[in-house]
Design a protein around this ligand. Structure first.
Ligand SMILES: Nc1nc2c(ncn2[C@@H]2O[C@H](COP(=O)(O)OP(=O)(O)OP(=O)(O)O)[C@@H](O)[C@H]2O)c(=O)[nH]1
Length: 216
């Protein structure tokens, strides 16, 4: 892990910014109202880093595959219902040998998000959901993203969590995935008693683009 990442982690531990941040925060480059921590989880090479780069920079990292070592992060502020929501997105290494490093980052996940990317294997999905339930807080928001795959649309019925197909290459549904999570988390914090609950499934279904079978 780089020095920059280490110092941010220390800062988070001291001032609690890894939990919901409800006060207004401002800096020269970045202004936001609420901050959430999002984790990208999944086997190595499913495309976690590429999806994050697509979301953050609008580009596709093609070419040689370079596996993530340990953990990395990027921040992005998105607009949700007139609020600036900062997502601090942690890109974990999918390789088994880094698993103990990433487990430490689940701990503060109350109300935050664990993103799950997977191949078409149900075994992988079960294994990752088991990890999340073991290490993350109980109310963590979970979404399954099938990056590079197009045959797993039935999965959310089985696991009871939102599912969508994404492509870091074409950009299909990448923005929507992060926006849906940001909206869900924002509603959890700001929801008034008489306000209807945000329906993340319905939101995704109404917004998502169908990816074709080619070019994913
Ligand atoms: N065709 C296609 N290739 C992709 C897509 N997303 C990622 N890739 C490729 O898949 C490979 C792995 O992508 P990464 O994003 O580095 O994978 P990762 O899940 O972060 O892997 P770890 O860091 O080991 O956990 C790279 O060669 C990418 O170019 C996609 O949507 N479509």
């Amino acid at each position: 892990m780089s020095a920059r990442k280490t110092s941010l982690t220390d800062k988070q531990t001291k001032n609690g910014t890894s939990k919901y941040v409800l006060e207004r925060c401002a800096s020269i480059n970045e202004y936001y109202d609420i901050a959430f921590k999002v984790m990208l989880l999944g086997d190595s090479s499913v495309g976690k880093t590429c999806v994050l780069v697509r979301f953050k920079d609008g580009a596709f990292l093609g070419g040689n595959f370079i596996a993530t070592v340990g953990i990395d992060f990027r921040n992005k502020v998105v607009d949700v219902d007139n609020l600036k929501v900062k997502l601090q997105i942690w890109d974990t290494a999918g390789q088994e040998r880094f698993r103990s490093v990433t487990h430490a980052y689940y701990r503060d996940a109350q109300g935050n998000l664990c993103f799950l990317y997977f191949t078409s294997s149900c075994f992988c999905v079960c294994a990752w959901l088991t990890e999340i339930h073991e290490y993350a807080q109980k109310d963590v928001v979970i979404m399954l993203l099938g990056n590079k795959v197009s045959k797993a649309s039935f999965l959310h019925y089985e696991y009871g969590v939102p599912f969508m197909e994404t492509s870091a290459k074409t950009g299909v549904n990448v923005e929507l995935a992060f926006l849906a999570i940001a909206k869900e988390l924002k509603h959890r914090v700001t929801q008034q008693p008489n306000e209807p609950k945000f329906q993340i499934h319905d939101y995704i279904e109404s917004q998502k683009q169908k990816s074709g079978c080619c070019g994913l």
